[in-house]
Design a protein around this ligand. Structure first.
Ligand code: DQA
Length: 149
């Protein structure tokens, strides 16, 4: 069974309470449950991870080299600042999708540039928590396009 890693960056643990006008009312724990069920329906498994620390996110990405068939990542604010996360993602030659709950291109100027997106196959943004299941569909397509099983 293909395993995917779903990584969430800083402050996403506050979903459900945080800036509901941008991020909605769904908690990260509910998104985790939705992703696990959706992966199962698609005959895949996921490891759903969140950290507020850049180094922990980077170390988790490193694990994908051996343990996972692909990565879905919402780097949160590190999207706009972190060359270290960009480099970590670039080092992993597996399918990678970036997700944002909000439409980062319709918000503040400083959110309109995604540094990390240079290392991913595609971005899904602006669809709320639904973006995570759209990303699972997208990564499944990429994984099976590159594999014989
Ligand atoms: C976000 C968008 C980022 O700009 C922001 O810093 C976040 C969440 C999103 O999912 O819409 O924390 O990645």
């Amino acid at each position: 069974m293909k395993k995917i890693l779903i990584i969430n960056g800083p402050n996403l643990n506050l979903l459900g309470n945080r800036e509901k006008n941008f991020y909605g009312k769904t908690t990260l724990n509910s998104i985790k449950t939705i992703c696990e069920a959706y992966c199962k329906k698609n005959k895949m498994e996921c490891n759903f991870f969140q950290s507020n620390h850049e180094g922990e996110l980077i170390e988790k990405i490193h694990l994908a080299a051996n343990d996972y068939a692909g990565i879905i990542i919402n780097p949160a604010a590190y999207t706009h600042t972190s060359i270290a996360l960009l480099d970590a993602l670039r080092a992993i030659e597996k399918p990678k999708i970036e997700v944002h709950i909000s439409n980062i291109y319709s918000r503040d100027d400083y959110r309109r540039k995604s540094i990390t997106s240079e290392a991913v196959d595609g971005i899904i943004c602006g669809f709320g928590e639904k973006g995570y299941t759209l990303a699972i569909d997208a990564i499944k397509n990429l994984i099976y396009k590159n594999s014989n099983d």
